[in-house]
Design a protein around this ligand. Structure first.
Ligand code: PLP
Length: 459
């Protein structure tokens, strides 16, 4: 029983004994969370924590929401399972697909939804749909995917290849050869001396064009990008970045896949992160907050043009589109998602996020004054601080000092759960239902943890 959580924990858990995202093997005791209510969780010793990471960026409605519990229970009583294959359909999955499409960005309004269980499988679905679509339009060789350094898209063989975090690839023969990576869009970290943000964007767009030309535009299927890079360090794109990247993609018939697994459903203060950052995505993946993390569910939103082409070709051939899971359209997951979206609208969560975001961002930016913080950044109810040894030169601490992991540990001692990410970044992404008092408490405790870590580094 110890194996699965330990492996999972290599990527996810951040406790005193776990060296953030470096992929190093974990030793010692994990934090054992046994209960949750609202934005709080409790460990096996009864200690209370503000869960300022919404678990893994997912529990939008917090823990113990009775209406979600009831939605799952009553669906289980009525129809605990059925599938969507071979002439079968699960009506509640159809209802949810319609609901998601009604909320989708304008260009995807006529689209279709394919349900899975995880963000990873949603991105795999996108790859399979892209390959299938390109094959039926006579371009079977147009298969390569371009993604960005620091991007996180999952861990399956396709999504794990599209991901570009070294510990996801190490000793596993990844990325597979159909993936190429271009630069991470962190202007703070990778902007050159004297380079303006606009110049940086131009450089990255030129790099994307070069990468497409190097492979051959007839080989490149899609450009995958999170609106903001989450697990790579909460990296927000510089102004004008996505329109510039899109322009290049359009020039070479390269489709854009927006990975909204973290940003979907209000995290940025907009329903979709792509709206917040002017990212026009042809395909869109979402998961996590869709069920508030209560049950697994992902949705790959497919544009109408691809769906219609696939449907027509499938009918012509008298065949099937050979993709789907036992749990595609699982009725319990769909019931919870529908309830989540009902509550989201009824309780005006988007408006609440918009109202709370200025306080959250003001407290976050306030951390810039702390000696350890080189950069504080965020949008809506998500943010991060990047920790450095020297602010002026942005020189990081030696990795062996595990500075972000130290901050996470001191935060735990103060009853706060935040997360360490690569390059000594500490991220904050609380449930969307937090109050202003919770936000203040999160940042008070985080500030304390930063000072504890600084004192430990200096002692
Ligand atoms: N895409 C993004 C942007 C993510 O943040 C994640 C998970 O953190 C995934 C995909 C993979 O989702 P899952 O862990 O559900 O497979």
């Amino acid at each position: 029983p110890a194996l699965r959580p330990a492996l999972r924990g290599m990527r996810h858990l951040t406790t005193s004994t776990q060296t953030s995202e470096s992929g190093s093997l974990l030793t010692g005791q994990p934090l054992r969370i046994v209960a949750g209510k609202g934005a709080m969780v409790y460990d096996d010793a009864g200690k209370e924590y503000i869960e300022a990471m919404a678990g893994l960026w997912c529990t939008a409605l917090g823990w113990g929401h009775e209406e979600l519990v009831e939605a799952a229970a009553s669906q289980m009583r009525n129809l605990s399972y059925y599938h969507c294959f071979a002439g079968r359909q699960v009506p509640i999955a159809e209802e949810l697909a319609d609901k998601i499409i009604s909320l989708a960005p304008e260009n995807l309004k006529g689209g279709k939804v394919f349900f899975g269980m995880s963000g990873s499988d949603a991105n795999d679905t996108q790859v399979r749909v892209l390959w299938h679509y390109n094959t039926i339009r006579g371009l079977p060789q147009k298969k390569k995917i371009i993604a960005r350094a620091g991007g996180y898209h999952g861990v399956t063989l396709a999504s794990g290849s599209i991901t570009a975090l070294p510990h996801v690839h190490a000793q596993m023969g990844l990325p597979l050869d159909f993936v190429r990576h271009v630069s991470c869009p962190s202007f703070y970290r990778y902007g050159r001396d004297g380079e303006s943000e606009a110049d940086f964007v131009r450089r990255l767009a030129a790099e994307l064009e070069e990468a497409i030309l190097k492979e051959g535009p007839d080989q490149v299927a899609a450009f995958f990008a999170e609106p903001l890079q989450g697990a790579g360090g909460v990296i927000l794109p510089p102004a004008g970045y996505f329109p510039a990247m899109r322009e290049v993609c359009e020039r070479y018939d390269v489709l854009v896949v927006g990975d909204e697994v973290i940003t979907g459903f209000g995290r940025t203060g907009q329903m979709w992160g792509c709206t917040a950052f002017q990212q026009k995505a042809d395909f869109l993946s979402c998961a996590k907050q869709l069920t508030s993390g209560y049950v697994p569910l992902s949705a790959a939103i497919i544009p109408r043009f691809a769906y219609e082409a696939i449907e027509a070709s499938t009918e012509r051939r008298g065949g099937v589109f050979g993709h789907g899971y036992t749990y595609t359209g699982h009725p319990v997951s769909c019931a919870v998602a529908l309830k989540m979206l009902e509550i989201f609208e009824r309780d005006q969560l988007l408006e609440k996020v918009t109202q709370l975001a200025p306080l959250f961002q003001q407290r976050l930016l306030g951390l810039s004054a702390h000696p350890l913080v080189g950069n504080a950044r965020g949008i809506g109810l998500i943010g991060a601080v990047e920790l450095v040894k020297e602010k002026e030169t942005k020189q990081p601490y030696d990795a062996s000092r595990a500075v972000a992991a130290k901050v996470v540990q001191f935060a735990l001692e103060r009853g706060l759960i935040v997360r360490a990410l690569p390059h000594d970044v500490v991220s904050i992404c609380p449930p969307l239902i937090v109050s202003a008092a919770d936000v203040n408490e999160i940042f008070d405790r985080l500030e304390g943890a930063l000072s504890d870590a600084l004192a430990a580094l200096e002692s």
